[in-house]
Design a protein around this ligand. Structure first.
Ligand code: SF4
Length: 212
C-alpha cells in the first residue's frame, strides 16, 4: 500500500520546492513530479525513514528509492532479509511488495541538489508524524542519514541532544520504539565506500534482532 498520510499533489507549503516541482513538470511531463507517497505494509513493525525523493529516482517513478542508484542496494537488502517479496526492477510497476516494512521520506518533494532546507524539513514533518503514528505495530525505525534521524526523533517525541547520530547507533525513544541509524544508501555514499553493502546489512540484522 502507499501513503497513510499523503500531502496533496500541489502541496504549497514549501514555495522553493513547489517552484522546482513546476519546473520539472514542464521539463519532464511524463515524470511523477509530486510529493512522493510512502510505500509499504500498514502492519509494519519496521519503518525506514529516508531523506527526500531523488530527482531521477522517486521524483520520476513515484516510489521511494526507485529509479536511481540507491534502489538496488535498498530493495536488494530488503529482499535478502525477506522483508520484501517479488522482484525489484527499478520501476514502480514491478509489483514488489514489502513485508512488515514501511518506507517514508522526511521530505516528500524533490529538493534541488538533494538538499532540503530546515524550513522544508519542518514543513513536511507533520506528514511523517502522522504516518508513524498510524502504524500500530511499529517497533523499530531505521533512519537513513542525519536529517532522517532528526526528523524521526522529533516525530516520535524525543529530544535531539540525547540521541547523537552515527552509523549503527541505537536509541530507545520515549515510547519504547527503537531507533537505529544508518548512513544513507545514496550513490555518493556507495561510491565513496562510506556505506558498503555489509554495513547496510548490519543495520537490518540489528533491527531484526531487536524484535526476536
Ligand atoms: S516537501 Fe512536504 S510540506 Fe513541502 S511542499 Fe512537499 S509535501 Fe508539502
Amino acid at each position: 500500500m502507499t501513503g497513510l498520510a499523503t500531502p496533496p499533489r500541489d502541496c504549497p507549503l514549501c514555495p522553493r520546492l513547489a517552484a522546482f516541482r513546476e519546473e520539472q513538470r514542464a521539463a519532464h511531463p511524463d515524470w511523477f513530479n509530486a510529493p512522493v507517497p510512502s510505500f509499504g505494509d500498514a502492519d509494519a513493525w519496521l519503518a525506514i525513514v529516508g531523506l527526500a525523493p531523488g530527482l531521477q529516482g522517486a521524483n520520476r517513478t513515484g516510489r521511494p528509492f526507485t529509479g536511481d542508484a540507491s534502489g538496488a542496494l535498498f530493495y536488494g537488502t530488503l529482499l535478502k532479509f525477506c522483508l520484501a517479496e517479488g522482484e525489484f526492477r527499478g520501476e514502480s510497476s514491478d509489483g514488489l511488495r514489502l513485508r512488515g516494512v514501511y518506507v517514508v521520506n522526511a521530505v516528500r518533494c524533490v529538493p534541488p541538489q538533494n538538499k532540503p532546507v530546515p524550513s522544508e524539513i519542518h514543513a513536511c514533518r507533520p506528514f511523517l508524524d502522522a504516518e508513524l503514528a498510524a502504524l500500530p505495530a511499529l517497533r523499530v525505525v531505521i533512519a537513513l542519514g542525519q536529517i532522517a534521524h532528526q526528523s524521526a526523533i522529533k516525530a516520535i517525541g524525543g529530544k535531539l541532544p540525547k540521541y547523537p547520530f552515527g552509523h549503527l547507533a541505537e536509541h530507545r525513544l520515549p515510547n519504547g520504539i527503537r531507533l537505529i541509524d544508518s548512513y544513507h544508501c545514496s550513490r555518493y555514499n556507495q561510491n565513496t565506500g562510506r556505506l558498503t553493502p555489509a554495513m547496510f546489512e548490519a543495520v537490518f540484522t540489528r533491527a531484526i534482532e531487536c524484535v526476536t
